[in-house]
Design a protein around this ligand. Structure first.
Ligand code: NDP
Ligand code: 2IT
Length: 448
């Protein structure tokens, strides 16, 4: 073993012994370390500085009780988290997730990924993530509001426009950000830059709701073009039917692709005429319904229970936009057998290690989450800029910035992969480009 592989193995063992039960966090770290050997071979100074053990330990972890009253008058309790992972290049930045599965392992994996994603955007933002095991499904508006107010009552002590700026993620959209911001304002005063994803009337940015889905489409378009392909006339499978999926459907369709599926945690729809963006948006954003409703409204569509990635269905491009580990090795094989030439990740860590290995073995183009879905946080950072300047840019201006950022992320990943002799490996390229930026900032700041 070389000094580099020795070091990577040693640090992984330390982390595994510290937190043996944090499966998602260990998976994210393991995936990342697997791409780091060339960097540590060329830069022994990172080993001497023990940069990886520092980088994998969050600067701060906050866990708190969130008591709230349900509509029947019963006291309910959830667990809240904020992981302030790394501030080497700017204030902690990252979303809040509300889902019953949320635990410290999930928040740490998301926060760890966010560090490098945020570095790739080229904007001055560090990495953080938060959330709660609160389940928003079936809750009334008032229950959501009381939960958000209680959550923010505690969280407000730890965030600020120059320290930590939360936003949305699974289960947190415009409604929740509004309630969170309203409570922050009551407690600490108006401070628009303290949350992103706000409504337009109180400091939000045009194109933030669209940004992750559009950004995913722009990134994928770059990856396809670099390989003499394009969306034109291609069949595209998308999972999820939330914020990321909805706007990916819209932009992919605009770019000439035909989206034939989307899904939720119960099942998926197939529409050979191409999924109709307006209908999905109406069902999921306005009515907060289920994707099954789509098949009730659109004659050409059929509904099927279970995971879309088990369906035998011809498509060329797969864009997972639901959640972590939605594609395992067996599902990846199905997706490859279905004809997939390219996978790009709208969700965070949707492909497990066996799935990634299967794409690589089959020569499938693979755009990893931290590059492909960085458009959301990039426009969040542009929202912070607009708030600081006290002005609002047009939709077109924000969208143009977003497109340039996604093109630059792809170009940076290609360049880093070339520099470290792993050409065409966009996963290694994204990890290396993000890592070197953060590591160099940490090295320059002494032992932090
Ligand atoms: P939403 O809450 O808007 O939508 C989530 C979608 O994914 C829903 O269709 C949901 O179905 C489905 N889903 C969630 N959990 C599961 C599960 N365990 N199994 C199957 N389906 C599931 O979230 P977003 O669209 O914002 O987020 C989707 C993904 O994109 C997440 O991985 C998130 O971290 C990532 N992401 C989000 C960004 C953003 O700006 N919002 C930015 C970058 C990444 P159901 O309704 O049945 O739960
Ligand atoms: O995973 C992500 O990048 C997000 N949920 C968006 C974070 C943000 O701060 O906009």
């Amino acid at each position: 073993m070389s000094k580099a592989t020795d070091y990577l193995q040693h640090v992984y063992t330390v982390i595994e012994q510290r937190d043996p039960h944090q499966a998602e966090f260990l998976e994210a770290v393991h995936d990342f370390f697997q791409t780091m050997t060339p960097v540590f071979e060329q830069h022994p100074e990172y080993i001497d500085a023990n940069i990886l053990e520092r980088l994998t330990e969050p600067e701060r972890v906050i866990q708190f009780r969130v008591p709230w009253l349900d509509d029947a008058g019963h006291a309910r309790v959830n667990r809240g988290f904020r992981v302030q992972f790394n501030s080497a290049i700017g204030p902690y930045k990252g979303g809040l997730r509300l889902h019953p599965s949320v635990n410290l392992s999930i928040v740490k994996f998301l926060g760890f990924e966010q560090i490098f994603k945020n570095a790739l955007t080229g904007l001055p933002i560090g990495g953080g993530k938060g959330g709660s095991d609160f389940d928003p499904k079936g809750k009334s508006d008032n229950e959501i509001m009381r939960f958000c107010q209680s959550f923010m009552t505690e969280l407000s002590k730890y965030i600020g426009l120059d320290t930590d700026v939360p936003a949305g993620d699974i289960g947190v959209g415009g409604r929740e950000i509004g309630y969170l911001y309203g409570q922050y304002k009551r407690l600490r005063g108006a401070d628009r830059g303290v949350l992103t994803g706000k409504g337009l009337s109180y400091g939000g940015s045009l194109a933030r709701p669209e940004a992750t889905g559009y950004g995913l489409a722009y990134y994928t378009d770059e990856m396809l073009k670099a390989n003499d392909l394009s969306f034109k006339g291609q069949r595209v499978a998308i999972s999820g039917a939330g914020n990321v999926a909805i706007y990916a459907i819209q932009k992919v369709t605009e770019l000439g692709g035909k989206v034939i599926t989307c899904s939720d945690s119960n099942g998926y729809v197939i529409d050979e005429n191409g999924i109709d963006f307006e209908t999905v948006k109406q069902i999921k954003e306005v009515e907060r319904g289920r994707i099954k409703d789509y098949a009730d409204r659109v004659a050409s569509a059929t509904y099927h229970e279970g995971s879309v990635w088990t369906a035998q269905l011809a498509y060329d491009i797969a864009l997972p936009c639901a959640t972590q580990n939605e594609i395992d090795g067996a599902k990846a094989k199905t997706l490859i057998a279905n004809g997939t030439k390219a996978v790009a990740e709208g969700a965070n860590m949707p492909s497990n290690p066996e799935a990634i290995a299967a794409y690589q073995a089959a020569g499938v183009l693979y755009g990893p989450a931290k590059a492909a879905n960085a458009g959301g946080v990039a426009v969040s950072a542009l929202e912070m800029s607009q708030n600081s300047m006290r002005l609002s840019w047009s939709f077109e201006e924000v969208d143009n910035h977003l497109k340039t950022i996604m093109q630059t992320i792809f170009a940076q990943s290609v360049a880093a992969a070339d520099e470290y002799q792993v050409s065409g490996d966009y996963l290694s390229g994204a990890n290396i480009a993000g890592f070197t930026k953060v590591a160099d900032a940490m090295m320059a700041q002494g032992l932090v």
